[in-house]
Ligand binder design. Sequence first.
Ligand SMILES: Nc1nc2c(ncn2[C@@H]2O[C@H](COP(=O)(O)OP(=O)(O)OP(=O)(O)O)[C@@H](O)[C@H]2O)c(=O)[nH]1
Ligand SMILES: [Mg+2]
Length: 453
Amino acid sequence: MNDKDTIAAICSGIGGSITVIRISGRDSLNVGNLVWKSGKALSEDTRGRFLLGKIMPDKSGAGETAFAVFMKGPNTFTGEDVVELHVHGGAFNSRRIFNAVLNNGARQAAPGEFTYRAFVNGKMDLTQAEAVCDLINANSFMAVHLAEKQMEGVLGRKIKSLRTRLADVMIECEARIDFPEEELDFKSKEELDKEISLIQKEVLNLYETKLEGKVIREGVRVVIAGRPNAGKSSLMNLLLGYDRAITTDIPGTTRDTLEEFVNIRGIPVKLIDTAGLRDSDNIIENIGIQKTLSSLETSQIVLWLLDASIADIKSETTEMEKYLGKNKNIVAVWNKSDLLANVNSLPLVEYDTAVISVKNESGIKELLDIVERKAWNHPHEKEPELAVSQRHAEHLKRSLSFIPDVLKDLRLENWELAAISLRHIVASLGNITGENASLDIYETIFSKFCIGK
Ligand SMILES: Nc1nc2c(ncn2[C@@H]2O[C@H](COP(=O)(O)OP(=O)(O)OP(=O)(O)O)[C@@H](O)[C@H]2O)c(=O)[nH]1
Ligand SMILES: [Mg+2]
């Protein structure tokens, strides 16, 4: 990737009433002035000011009014000179103006290239750059808050301080190799051991936030399954707050799986309604049933709906156990409790159990309590300060793998070996913040961003 080019992209997405085109790089002022005109050209003097002028993408037209602003690097998002054009939206019009920008010296930016430049130009570390992507993909308040904190540098600072502390111990070990006889003011072996043990605990705590990180960033798949007519689609609609699925009293109403996003207690949840499971001769229904079975495999939580109103109540639970076995992330949900005279008459099952009535909207809070508990699957803070991603977790795990050797070598006064292991740890942690040039950062991280970011 060439960092010298002046790049441009439609940053606002196509289709709105205003389109924002961003141009970044050493030639952006020039490119901006070629496509946008007014009495006053964009220049150092006009920096930071929105100016009204005209876009003249092709010679034949009369042009159209548009705002332009010049921002002088390095105090910009990318750290480079930036021009932004705010033009009338619409897919065709935006494309036409954007093409003019490209024809006047800019190159189409690759996905994430603006943020990549911000990183390369030292405007942010890698954790902050990743948080930009997290923020765009966030679909819950918790995800937004987490991204904001990471963007502000909470995780980056923590990693940097761990690296500094490890480097201090490493320097100490190296000094002992170089000056074995000298009377230097060394820390005691016990002090070094204590410091490394403390760091080990902190890295482990950080590593363990990956479970929260996964729930907050990726959400949880929750499948609603059960026999036909148990009220699965009715529950789906109730949890969504609108009628998404068709419900009737005819068993086998739902034929296809339906997936919708919903926020449950701040957790992003992909809710999946499925075709009721039964032996069927109907070819369409059987395709639906196959889809239900694969949703059961790919979901983190299963809400198995049981019809509490049917006469042969035992057959409901036998069927459930037949399909699900002993998997622990199952909630047995007795529905239609409004038709039940005595709740205590329900057979006991080994799974977590909720008794609800979609019709009366009763028992839903208790059901959601169970879903929330199962989603986290781990003790957690309500609004975590930080929660690492899968990528961070891999480097933390690698760091942790060297610590037992460091502790052993410190005890045995193998200063050289301890220093080598410490160097590996410092390097691994450096991969999290992007301090090491060793990994192909663009390919592994930024290429996954959207265009224009
Ligand atoms: N009395 C009562 N009826 C309910 C309740 N929940 C759902 N029903 C009724 O049960 C019938 C079946 O509901 P659905 O939501 O279509 O059931 P389903 O499990 O999606 O059924 P399939 O799509 O056929 O597998 C409908 O007539 C609903 O109105 C409830 O809590 N109480
Ligand atoms: Mg249904």
